[in-house]
Ligand binder design. Sequence first.
Ligand SMILES: Nc1ncnc2c1ncn2[C@@H]1O[C@H](COP(=O)(O)OP(=O)(O)OP(=O)(O)O)[C@@H](O)[C@H]1O
Ligand SMILES: [Mg+2]
Length: 290
Amino acid sequence: MTNDKHQTLETYPLHEVIAVCGAVGGAGRTSVTVNLAASLAKKKRRIRIVDGDLQFGDTALALDLQPSLTVKDIAEREDEKNVHDYWTVHESGIELLAAPHRPEHADLMTADRFGSLIESLQISSDILVVDAETGLTERSLQVMEKADRILLVTTPRMAALKHTRLMAETLQVLDLKHKVDLIVNQFTADSVMKAKEMTELTGVENVHFLPYDYKRMPKSLDVGIPLVESNPKLSFSIEIGKLAEELFPNLQNTREKQSAVNKMMNRLKGSRGNRHEFISKTSIKDSRRS
Ligand SMILES: Nc1ncnc2c1ncn2[C@@H]1O[C@H](COP(=O)(O)OP(=O)(O)OP(=O)(O)O)[C@@H](O)[C@H]1O
Ligand SMILES: [Mg+2]
């Protein structure tokens, strides 16, 4: 299934993969995944979610989608080359590749195949957000290896922070830690562990905080509408917006810059051929960072 909504958008892919990971379950990976994607979808980019929690993934529920095709079907049919037939499209334009309906189907997709799938999707996506499995499994490590950024989601509770530190240390050994940002979700002013202690406690330098909202967050997952859509003025939604901005600071500017580039390329078209031949992923990333 393709998403017609994007046909009028700029076709200038960013190719960014964001892995949403966590050492412990229930910290908020799915909440961060769907809200970050919904926030980025407002920027009119091709935003995709892959539910990498292949046993108990629930991003489809969190978006109130009923996928007929999932990762299981790709795995069973060995149909990775036609992965674009397996998207379920959300009204915001987000495209979701859903987790299998049943946990026993998770292992149909091996870690290596899953890694290759992420790699091939990266090529055609602006931003691919992967809701990864809890902890350091073979599949979650594949996702982290392919990712440009790893969001390590934790709560401010001591046990979660301790396990998050262990995970960060392992990522250091695997030479992946430079990609890690810490997301302290469900944070409150009266949390025993204070904001300024988070780096010391986990060993991660880049820290973002998302507030605890005991009323609206669980409800938002239950009704399947991301908070950034239903309650954009809530502090959780505002903080997600800031996170999106920090991760992709020049998204808007890139599009503006892009128009200038497009104008120039249109002038050159015909004599130089396809613009993608001389605008590489690296140069796009460099221009966004400059
Ligand atoms: N900022 C928040 N404030 C209040 N509750 C939250 C917040 N973030 C998540 N929750 C709640 O915590 C629970 C777990 O959230 P979520 O499903 O996003 O976590 P997860 O890490 O994906 O869990 P799992 O390991 O089961 O996949 C849900 O009930 C959700 O509503
Ligand atoms: Mg989850």
